[in-house]
Design a protein around this ligand. Sequence first.
Ligand code: F6P
Length: 366
Amino acid sequence: MSRTIAILTGGGDCPGLNAVIRGVVRSAILDHNWRVIGIEDGFDGLVGEPRWRELTLASVRGILPRGGTILGTSNRGNPFAYPVENNGTTRMVDVSAEVVENFQRLGADALVAVGGDGTLKIALTLQEKGIPMVGVPKTIDNDLRGTDVTFGYNTAVGIVTEALDRLHTTAESHHRVMVTEVMGRDAGWIALESGIAGSADVILIPEIPFDLNTVCDAIHQRKALGRKFSIVVVSEGAFPAAGRKVVQLTASENRGVERLGGVGAFVAEEISGRMQVETRVVVLGHVQRGGTPSPFDRILGSRFGIKAVELIAQGRYGRMVSLQGRHVYDVDIADAVDSLNLVEPDGDLVRSAEALGITFGRPTLP
Ligand code: F6P
């Protein structure tokens, strides 16, 4: 049976998106002889005059090693709360009916939505309104449930680990405390795994609110042992037990999405203020999301794309592809977006890090 399927990438970009697009296109055309169209800029591409393009074998040639997404993306395009500007004021409007109508006008039978928690929640609600949907989990933060890991995460951990290796030599030469702020809005996976791989001394994550006294004690103990430098890795969403997350822009200042950033500078200032030690801050920011995907993410993204096509062929909508152990399965999108995949404060990984001598700044019991 000849079919047309559509694909879009939503939310923040991440390495491996093009591998998914390529996997979907190659499998749909080579295995099923279907037609594939790509929606531009996430769900935004279905608002107003639809923006889309034909995806052929030629259009996905050479994109496997490329970061970003050839389709473009948007992390502001929620059709259920779409910002519409009028006379200098912004109103949030529900344009979901228009999105469904535009999708149907394109003559597509199903949509592959590649995205994180936000995009997949939108996908689920649009499916209830009439768009047959299959989800592919994406985020460098690795905070989506229902899969052992999201693609993009492995690349981000590699980038941060390399940065920590580089920061070690300069920190040691200058006897400094080097504070590295990394992404991780709600989940501290990037800080945790890159911190272990990059031999950090202190790791601060949102799941374990920190006490600066404990952090300073750890740095002090290292000094006492003759280690005159320390490496601190802090997730952007980490916060002191007696405080709150450091926010650059509130949700109302930033079209509904809080922009985090600045906890690295806060921690560095506190450490230098409390101790006789020089600090520097490095904010890795979007470097963690850019550039070429790791081999792991290329392979995982490709497998996810192929599995998404298989689910459509079987008519199994409302499902999200998922890595479990070494195999790619599928789960209900609803279960995957029900809650976030957070680091367990007393789980094996954190305990292993502590056994290696890494401090999480846990407040000491009175
Ligand atoms: O969700 C992924 C993520 O990289 C978060 O870690 C970070 O807070 C956010 O995206 C940044 O988004 P933006 O691209 O809008 O700055």
